[in-house]
Design a protein around this ligand. Structure first.
Ligand SMILES: [Zn+2]
Length: 157
């Protein structure tokens, strides 16, 4: 038996599973059969699950019943999308989500890169001309020469 539709947790599910079958009617196979032809996860559903997680967290922290109800509603909606067989409608929703959040996702991506950058570099501002200068971390006391105005100043990196 070959299953080449959707496999839960995988993006486009083109993998085949032929080692099951063999009169194995276990939970696993029933689950794969259930997922056949269904839309599955996409960026939008991962986003919705993230929001659901936040709602649940703040529901617990703030004892806010509304957030609890919202989390359940989001969870039901997300799984409705994942189990849906209307691929084109779900695809459209995902596209709208991607387009609507393009700027925000770009910004978040830049922030993430900046954060990673800070692990290895210090950003100093030249005291004379306010030029920003990037210095690798962990070099001890160093003299920094501003590339713009040639001003030298001492820093710890
Ligand atoms: Zn300078």
């Amino acid at each position: 038996m070959v299953y080449n539709k959707f496999i839960y947790g995988q993006e486009n599910g083109h993998d085949t599973i032929d080692h099951i079958g063999k009169e194995d009617h276990g939970m696993k196979e029933r689950f794969y059969r259930f997922m056949q032809g269904r839309y599955g996860q996409d960026a939008f559903s991962r986003f919705l699950l993230g929001i659901t997680g936040f709602c649940l967290l703040f529901n617990v922290l703030l004892h806010n019943r509304f957030l609890g109800v919202l989390a359940w509603a989001l969870l039901i909606y997300t799984y409705y999308r994942i189990f849906s067989k209307n691929h084109s409608a779900r695809y459209e929703e995902n596209q709208r989500y991607l387009q609507g959040t393009a700027k925000a996702r770009y910004w978040a991506d830049q922030q993430k890169k900046l954060w990673q950058e800070r692990r290895y570099h210090h950003i100093y501002t030249c005291p004379k001309c306010r030029q920003k200068i990037r210095i690798p971390r962990g070099k001890g006391r160093i003299m920094v020469r501003c590339p713009k105005c040639q001003h030298e100043f001492q820093k710890r990196s």
